[in-house]
Design a protein around this ligand. Structure first.
Ligand code: HEC
Length: 147
């Protein structure tokens, strides 16, 4: 047995250990990925969901805080926010849900946001935000009814 043999033996162990390390680290890397990747929502994603999804069970506090975080710098809604864009309280009760979502996703209204306003929202988040606006920021609205 020459040095050649030991070298091959050593290389074999090296790659075995390397393989084991990669294999062990893989699940950690997968878990570390964001559980909810950014999503470019479209109206089509909500076909059929808008009506049933808004019939009670929405979360007022979540809708309110999402509005505060993403919309209140430009829009007013009840006592919240304000800025250069339209006061949404004025029309909030008369929007149809699809119409409201269409306005939010519209590049015409929000070009500087490149459709990114809702990208970190889950579907439930979008519905909570819509319910917050459609209710006229009223926590007592049937949108938030929990039977
Ligand atoms: C950087 C400023 C800005 C932000 C942030 C913003 N908007 Fe707008 N939005 C506008 C502008 C500008 C318009 C078009 C003109 C106007 O309404 O004053 C508009 C239009 C709208 C309209 C249409 C109003 C109508 O009746 O025609 C709705 C609804 C709306 N935005 C909802 C939202 C919601 C909900 C959010 C948060 C998810 C949001 N916007 C975030 C600036 C903004």
């Amino acid at each position: 047995m020459g040095a050649d043999y030991y070298l091959r033996e050593l290389m074999g162990r090296f790659f075995f250990i390397l393989g084991a390390v990669v294999w062990l680290q893989l699940p950690a890397a997968v878990v570390a990925l964001p559980s909810q990747p950014a999503k470019a929502w479209t109206l089509a994603d909500f076909g059929g969901v808008l009506s049933v999804g808004l019939e009670g069970h929405r979360n007022f506090g979540n809708g309110r805080s999402l509005f505060k975080g993403q919309c209140a710098s430009c829009h007013q809604m009840g006592a919240l926010g304000g800025g250069p864009a339209r006061d949404l309280s004025k029309r909030s009760l008369t929007y149809a849900p699809e119409e409201l979502l269409g306005h939010i996703l519209s590049m015409e209204n929000h070009p500087q946001k490149k459709n990114a306003l809702l990208e970190n929202f889950s579907q439930g988040d979008v519905l909570d935000l819509l319910a917050f606006i459609l209710s006229g920021a009223d926590a007592q609205s049937p949108f938030f009814f929990h039977p």
